[in-house]
Design a protein around this ligand. Structure first.
Ligand code: GDP
Ligand code: MG
Length: 206
C-alpha cells in the first residue's frame, strides 16, 4: 500500500518532536515538552504518487523497551537523531541497532567501541589496511535490520545531526557522516529551529 511508517529515535532533548512539528505544522517552540509517544499522519506526494506518511515520535529514552521493539517491527523507515551540541546523544544511538538485533549486541558494542577508540586515539595515525578489512563485514548494520525485516529489500535509515544552527558544535559533520558510512545509512544535518534541511530529510527518506 501507499502507507509508510517512519519512526524517530534518539536521546531526550535532541529535537525529535521539533523536527516532526516543523515538518507537519511548520512551527517551532523553544520550550521542552517531553514526549511519551505520538503518531502523526501526513499526506505527501512522492514520484507523483500520493501516500500517507505515518510518523511516530518516540520518547527517545530506553524506558519502554517493549514499545521500542514494537516500533522497530512496525516501522518502514527510521530516523536516528542526535544533537550536534552533545556528544552523548550520538553515542546513545548505538543501542537502537542492538535492539533491532539482539544477537549482535556484543559484536556491535565491540565495533562501536573500536570505532570511537580509533577516532580518539589514532586520529593522525593511519589505520592499518588489515584492520579496515576485518572490520568492514560486521559494520554494515542495516543488513541486520534487513534480516529481521526479511520482506523488505531496503530499510531506509537516516542519521540526523539536529540543532546545526547552534554556534557551539560538539559533533562535526565529518564525524556524523563517518558514522553513517560505517552503518551504511544516510546522513543529513538539520535545524528544526531554522527549518534547515527538514523537508529534505523526509523527501530523501521517501
Ligand atoms: P525531543 O526530546 O527529542 O523530542 O526534543 P524536543 O523536540 O522536545 O526539543 C528539545 C529542546 O531542543 C526544545 O527546547 C527545543 O526548542 C530545542 N530544539 C529542538 N530542535 C532544535 C534546533 O534545531 N535548534 C535549536 N537551537 N534548538 C532546538
Ligand atoms: Mg519529544
Amino acid at each position: 500500500s501507499n502507507d509508510y511508517r517512519v519512526v524517530l529515535f534518539g536521546a531526550g532533548g535532541v529535537g525529535k518532536s521539533s523536527l516532526v512539528l516543523r515538518f507537519i505544522k511548520g512551527t517551532f517552540r523553544e520550550s521542552y515538552v517531553p514526549t511519551i509517544e505520538d503518531t502523526y499522519r501526513q499526506i505527501v506526494t512522492c514520484d507523483k504518487n500520493v501516500c500517507t506518511l505515518q510518523i511516530t515520535d518516540t520518547t527517545g529514552s530506553h524506558q519502554f523497551p517493549a514499545m521500542q521493539r514494537l516500533s522497530i517491527t512496525r516501522g518502514d523507515a527510521f530516523i536516528l537523531v542526535y544533537s550536534v551540541t552533545t556528544r552523548q546523544s550520538i553515542e546513545e544511538l548505538t543501542p537502537i541497532y542492538q535492539q533491532v538485533s539482539g544477537r549482535y549486541v556484543i559484536v556491535a558494542s565491540l565495533v562501536i567501541a573500536f570505532y570511537f577508540y580509533y577516532r580518539l586515539s589514532a586520529t593522525r595515525v593511519a589505520v592499518p589496511e588489515q584492520t579496515r578489512i576485518e572490520l568492514s563485514p560486521i559494520t554494515t548494520f542495516p543488513h541486520q535490520i534487513r534480516e529481521i525485516k526479511r520482506d523488505l529489500q531496503h530499510v531506509p535509515i537516516f542519521l540526523v545531526g539536529n540543532k546545526c544552527d547552534e554556534e557551539e558544535k560538539k559533533i562535526h559533520s565529518k564525524e556524523g557522516s563517518d558514522l553513517a558510512q560505517l552503518w551504511g545509512c544516510g546522513f543529513i544535518e538539520t535545524s528544526a529551529k531554522t527549518s534547515y534541511n527538514v523537508h529534505e530529510l523526509f523527501q530523501k527518506l521517501l
